[in-house]
Design a protein around this ligand. Structure first.
Ligand SMILES: [Ca+2]
Length: 220
């Protein structure tokens, strides 16, 4: 009489089995780990906030060369988001550049703090030649501490990419600051300055600034 074949016994590691008790403990451990992680993240956020309150490390410099770049962002004239010369009663200048030449009909000067201090506006071509397009007594009237001076661009100037602005605050006795400089086309489109160099800067910061352009491969 022959012995019946014995079927192969399945390997235990292929069939993991957990009791309900084991599953319960595993779920409890996972829940506790999630709660610990969430609580730790909140604690880190609170510590970072407290550190920032006690010793701010991300404070933005104010009144610098960079503060004349881009669209206006100093609506009160006292927020520090304007280029400001070092001295309150002095003659100074600031030069701004744009990404490309613009067939502008006006150069828009967003003056702040001591409004009405512009004495001359010049356009600089690619060879560095300066052409004065306005000179005189700044007619801009302040609204609180802001004022917009639209300087007409003569028809002889076909395009603008660099502008130099002279200010004199001697008669006002207070800082002649500029929030932004725009080039507005006859169609009403405005481009904003992307680089600047100044004679002096309030607070001893850098005399020049530029908005970094994204490299061509950034679009990918
Ligand atoms: Ca500004």
């Amino acid at each position: 009489m022959s012995t019946p074949p014995v079927s192969p016994r399945p390997r235990l590691w292929l069939r993991p089995q957990f009791s309900l008790g084991t599953l319960f403990w595993l779920m409890l451990l996972a829940g506790l780990a999630a709660l610990w992680w969430k609580d730790r993240s909140r604690l880190e956020q609170r510590i970072a906030k407290l550190e920032q309150m006690v010793a701010p490390t991300t404070m933005q410099p104010l009144w610098g060369a960079a503060d004349i770049l881009g669209p206006p962002d100093d609506p009160t004239g006292g927020a520090g988001k304007s280029w400001c010369p070092a001295r309150s009663s002095a003659v100074d200048w600031v030069e701004v550049g744009f990404d490309s030449s613009v067939a502008a009909s006006t150069i828009d000067l967003y003056e702040t703090y001591s409004v009405g201090c512009v004495t001359e506006v010049l356009v600089i071509d690619r060879s560095g030649n300066e052409t004065s397009i306005w000179k005189g007594t700044d007619p801009t009237l302040p609204t609180l501490r802001t004022g917009l001076f639209r300087v007409p661009v003569p028809a002889t100037i076909k395009s603008v990419q660099r502008v130099k602005i002279h200010v004199d605050s001697s008669a006002k006795g207070s800082w002649a600051c500029i929030d932004a400089v725009g080039l507005t086309t006859p169609a009403g489109k405005t481009r904003w300055a992307t680089s600047s160099t100044a004679s002096t800067v309030y607070g001893g910061g850098s005399l020049s600034a530029a908005i970094e352009q994204d490299p061509w491969y950034a679009i990918w």
